[in-house]
Design a binder for this molecule. Structure first.
Ligand code: ADP
Ligand code: MG
Length: 253
């Protein structure tokens, strides 16, 4: 390749928004030579490489914007620790059919059983697959919406929770809500209904949601939208947080 041609390719690639090609042209050309690639294979290699780099960048940016508290995956999950939890159920969810169907997932169980872990892992998988993701705790969602409402910005702030393909609302039930707060949650759930997926974690069974939301009618209205298309994953087992401590105590005893 003459210098003139390679300079021109690099300039064109940059103008076309193909920075990876501009940077790696010579290396790609060497690989094509070594493998005695045909023209079409070489072109395919260039486009695939550029796509992979763009996809990785989009994924990293998506994770940054998602506010996920960590990026654990299902591979980090020791399913054997929760014999009551059917790993197939979680693996099925990880195919993300529910995201395409704009359906919801509720992970229910006592503290430490891995509800947040699984919700985050599914959200990471969704982000990897190109969906937009946003993570919030229920408390923070209510706090943000109340603050926005107080200065007349409720509609604008609601968009944060309505826009993403996947919204994770973590920790439903840790704090009981006042009626106006529960009403803000209802707005999010009802506006997302059949428009986007909501992943919820709760330490309270649905029967207790009346107390959580301070109003049976409002709780029923929320559950009605939420559960119409919803995978429910109950996890009833020991706390993983206590796992090592209990082993340590057993060893001493
Ligand atoms: P919950 O949301 O149910 O209170 P978390 O998802 O926060 O529980 O889990 C508590 C901690 O234990 C986290 O660090 C999580 O990654 C870990 N953990 C929970 N369950 C498992 C599991 N089955 N395998 C591996 N790590 C787990
Ligand atoms: Mg949690």
């Amino acid at each position: 390749m003459t210098e003139l041609v390679s300079n021109r390719i690099e300039a064109s690639a940059t103008k076309l928004g193909l920075p990876h090609l501009a940077k790696t042209l010579h290396e790609l050309a060497r690989r094509a030579d070594t493998a005695a690639m045909g023209n079409l294979d070489f072109l395919d290699l260039i486009l695939q490489e550029e796509l992979a780099v763009k996809d990785e960048r989009r994924y990293r940016a998506g994770l940054r914007l998602s506010k996920l508290p960590h990026h654990k995956t299902l591979d980090d999950d020791d399913f054997a620790y929760q014999p009551d939890l059917d790993p197939r159920k979680v693996r099925d969810l990880s195919t993300l059919v529910f995201v395409q169907a704009k359906a919801n997932v509720a992970l229910l169980g006592p503290p430490g059983v891995g509800k947040t872990h699984i919700a985050v892992a599914l959200a990471v998988a969704a982000c990897r697959a190109g969906f937009t993701v946003y993570f919030t705790t229920l408390d923070d969602l209510v706090r943000q919406l109340k603050a926005a409402d107080a200065i007349g910005w409720l509609t604008r702030k609601l968009r944060t929770y309505l826009r993403p393909h996947v919204l994770v609302i973590d920790g439903v039930g840790y704090q009981p809500l006042e009626r106006p707060e529960a009403n803000l949650v209802f707005q999010v759930i009802s506006k997302r209904y059949e428009k986007g997926s909501t992943l919820l974690t709760s330490n309270k069974g649905f029967g207790e949601w009346g107390q959580v939301f301070g109003d049976e009618v409002l709780a029923t209205a929320i559950l009605d939208r939420l559960l119409h298309h919803c995978g429910v994953v109950p996890i009833n087992g020991p706390s993983y947080r206590l796992k090592n401590r209990l082993t340590a105590i057993e060893n001493v005893a």
